[in-house]
Design a protein around this ligand. Structure first.
Ligand code: D38
Ligand code: ZN
Length: 558
């Protein structure tokens, strides 16, 4: 089922301003409009658009899009866009809309956008992707297959690839008009996730008329995993401490502070919940709660982590819970964000996943940590940056929703690495506390010097193959380097960047992620989104804005 990936066409965006070959990078004027390379519709508009009198903000956004309908290649903005969210920003008194392109009321896959309206009610910026209606006209308007049937078709195909599926953590089917290579199809984009028999988060695109699978991709699939796939245990030993989930939920519970020693021997405190005479590794004060569960070196069942006192002895579980709480607090204290979805979503962590599993991942429901094989990795929850990286995938999914492929996928990875390094603030390395216990000082990736681990530190060095979803863990280096230069400064390929510090840097990236980036954003959009965020926070002529421009020019993103 390997093919052209789920969204390659949608993602094949690149900015072509009028002057691709601009003057010396640091002096280049910012382009006011950028275009999607495939569709030749705007992907960024940075000009102020003065609203006609008498419109409210939402009407202004639609009027703006309608005024540009020729460029967007649509007939009528009111029919073509649906407002998904409206967020008021106290800092700048601006209002931020997220919109979804639709045709006959059906959303167009990957065609979302972000439009900001300033305090005076004028449009400030547009970011996103709009597919010409001419292309969409081909799609059928009526589904012959139901969402349920589409999920059945998807699950059957997945089982054929990985074997009989265990409990499904998520099953979702959404009807879209799905455009690829200039051809539009009415299709269900389904998502099926599970931990058993192997980690799966499958996106399957099913033709809503014929039931044919157009594309299928596992987002938790990579070559490194394939190599150790054979080692994944299919069976597991049951433990006596197995508890009935319902019984625990029904019991009268009380909170307490628990403690224990983590993998690296550090003393950790965290929330625990007393139910009957048993303490659970569960906190209730952060959003809808935090909880750490134990896969017990299997893949098919999750067990409670319990103790007869507030002291917990499972070191990997202690770290997972303590650090999940710390990452929650980082987002809450710095940005007022309430969990991954900003609505308190319960934070679930799974430890001791599979056997000797050398990785950690976010599957849309859980953060999952392997124990490592002891030589390549120690239990991965021992890394605060690892936990921040995984949880940030959840934050991204609920904000920009950067598609996990090619440039947007590399940005998705980079955002996770950047916040990993912001939470675990003492260095710019990823995974240094868990990788190769016998080799001190090394890491999985370096944000300050990606090249030290073979990752690109300039756009011209980007990987353009298809491995790892188009090199998402490789090309992340380009944006990682920009973030590092922005924070700490330096001269890179002859371009000097004035550092603005970690505090300003994290604010800029959080703002760009939550207000300006969209699912199809590429590096060029990232540059513009960071400039826009820095402009909001510090003003258009600030050193911070200038440093953002320098940082992106230094990594070849102009
Ligand atoms: C290196 C080696 C063996 C396995 C791995 C890496 C070796 O040197 O022999 C597997 N691996 C681990 C990681 N990357 N690859 C690191 C973790 C970070 C967070 C510590 C990581 N995980 C991925 C992610 O969260 O993006 O980056 C998991 C991706 C799963 C979806 N594609
Ligand atoms: Zn990641």
């Amino acid at each position: 089922m390997k093919k052209k990936s789920v969204v390659t066409a949608v993602l094949a965006t690149a900015v072509l301003g009028t002057s691709l070959v601009s003057a010396t990078p640091s002096f280049a004027a910012e382009e006011k409009v950028a275009f999607n390379q495939e569709y030749k519709t705007p992907s960024f508009i940075g000009e102020k658009w003065v609203a006609p009198k008498g419109l409210d903000k939402k009407q202004t956004v639609i009027a703006f899009l309608d005024a540009k309908k020729g460029e967007f290649k649509i007939k009528n903005a009111a029919d073509s866009f649906k407002v998904k969210s409206e967020t008021a920003d106290k800092a700048t008194k601006s209002t931020h809309f997220r919109l979804q392109q639709q045709v006959n009321g059906v959303p167009v896959f990957g065609a979302d956008s972000a439009v900001s309206v300033d305090a005076e009610g004028n449009v400030n910026s547009f970011f996103g992707q709009v597919v010409p209606e001419e292309i969409l006209a081909d799609a059928a308007t009526e589904a012959k297959v139901s969402g349920k049937e589409a999920l059945k078709i998807a699950s059957k195909a997945i089982a054929k690839e990985v074997g009989k599926l265990g409990k499904l953590d998520k099953e979702k089917a959404e009807l879209f008009v799905y455009a690829v290579d200039g051809k539009a199809t009415l299709a269900y984009v389904t998502e099926v996730s599970f931990l058993d028999p192997a980690p799966g988060r499958y996106i399957t695109v099913v033709d809503a008329v014929s039931g044919k699978i157009l594309e299928q991709e596992n987002l938790i699939h990579d070559d490194k995993y394939d190599k150790q796939g054979a080692k994944v245990a299919t069976g597991y030993t049951t433990v006596e401490s197995i508890k009935d989930e319902a019984a625990v939920a029904d019991a009268v519970a009380a909170n307490a502070t628990g403690s224990g020693y983590g993998i690296l021997g550090n003393y950790q405190t965290f929330e625990v919940t007393l139910s009957g005479s048993t303490y659970y590794l569960r906190g209730t004060s952060r959003g809808l709660g935090t909880e750490t569960l134990n896969a017990n070196n299997g893949t098919s069942r999750l067990y409670y982590v319990t103790s007869t006192s507030t002291t917990f002895s499972d070191a990997a579980a202690v770290d997972a819970e303590a650090y999940a709480e710390r990452v929650y607090d980082y987002y809450k204290n710095n940005f007022g964000r309430n969990s991954v979805d900003n609505a308190g979503q319960q934070l679930l962590s799974v430890v001791h996943y599979s056997r000797k599993y050398n990785n950690a991942f976010w599957n849309g429901t859980y953060m999952v940590y392997g124990d490592g094989d002891g030589s390549v990795f120690r239990p991965l929850s021992a890394g605060l940056d690892v936990i921040a990286h995984e949880m940030t995938h959840g934050v991204t999914e609920h904000s920009a929703n950067l598609v996990y492929q090619n440039e947007s996928g590399a940005l998705n990875e980079s955002i996770s690495d950047i916040f990993g390094a912001m939470v675990d603030r003492d260095d710019w390395l990823m995974g240094e506390d868990v990788y190769t216990p016998a080799t001190p000082g090394d890491a999985l990736r370096s944000i300050s010097n990606p090249a030290a681990y073979g990752d690109p530190d300039h756009y011209s060095k980007r990987y353009t193959g298809t491995e790892d979803n188009g090199g998402v863990h490789t090309n992340s280096g380009i944006n990682n380097k920009a973030a590092y230069l922005l924070s700490d400064g330096g001269t890179h390929y002859g371009v000097t960047v004035t550092g603005i510090g970690r505090e300003a840097t994290e604010k800029i990236y959080y703002r760009a992620l939550t207000l300006y980036l969209t699912s199809s954003s590429n590096y060029a959009a990232m540059r513009q989104a960071a400039i826009q965020a820095a402009t909001d926070l510090y003003g258009a002529t600030s050193t911070q804005v200038n440093s953002v421009k320098q940082a992106y020019s230094a990594v070849g993103v102009n």
